[in-house]
Design a protein around this ligand. Structure first.
Ligand SMILES: [Fe+2]
Length: 177
């Protein structure tokens, strides 16, 4: 389940209901997928062949279709990151810059963890995600994504148009790392 940390005050939200209400208020979609559906050989595996990625997408076909239908997403794929990823440190350095996109950034975590840092009404907040958490950072909202200490994640990504999914850097004097 996701937890929230307010960067200004260090206040944490850890109760499901308060996390859900807070994200609703910020316009951030937050849902769950049932990871019990994943067979053991697809759980906590961070080096995935194309076949395995396809298998995960098939298992969550109805969840993906529901999200796509409700929100207009047209394409989806799977991203897997871990210490086995070439240039992981460089990638993370690039990720950890505040930016915006011209469409939602949608991630359904199927293994590992990740953090979205998002600009909210009262400053930046971190959303710490684990397997089963689904989040959509709205279009044009400043944010960035990074990994947690375990440095591993598998996530389904959904796009309206993956080719237009570009990070536009957002210079923000309010952001303190
Ligand atoms: Fe992004």
């Amino acid at each position: 389940m996701a937890t929230i940390r307010m960067r200004n005050t260090n206040k944490r939200l850890t109760q499901e209901q308060e996390v859900q209400s807070f994200l609703d208020e910020q316009g951030v979609l937050y849902e769950h997928w049932d990871m019990e559906k994943l067979p053991n050989d697809l759980r906590d595996i961070f080096l995935l062949s194309d076949e395995k990625k396809q298998e995960i997408l098939s298992i969550f076909d109805s969840e993906v279709s529901s999200l796509a239908k409700r929100r207009g997403y047209k394409e989806w794929d799977i991203v897997a990151l871990s210490d086995a990823t070439p240039n992981l440190d460089e990638l993370l350095k690039k990720f950890e810059q505040v930016h915006v996109h011209t469409e939602d950034e949608v991630r359904a975590i199927t293994a590992g963890n990740g953090i979205f840092t998002i600009k909210g009404d009262s400053g930046y907040f971190d959303v710490e995600l684990s397997a089963g958490d689904v989040i959509s950072v709205p279009v044009n909202i400043p944010h960035f994504f990074t990994l947690m200490e375990n440095r591993q994640v598998v996530a389904v990504r959904l796009f309206i148009d993956a080719s237009g999914w570009v990070a536009h850097l957002y210079e923000d004097p309010d952001f303190k790392s």
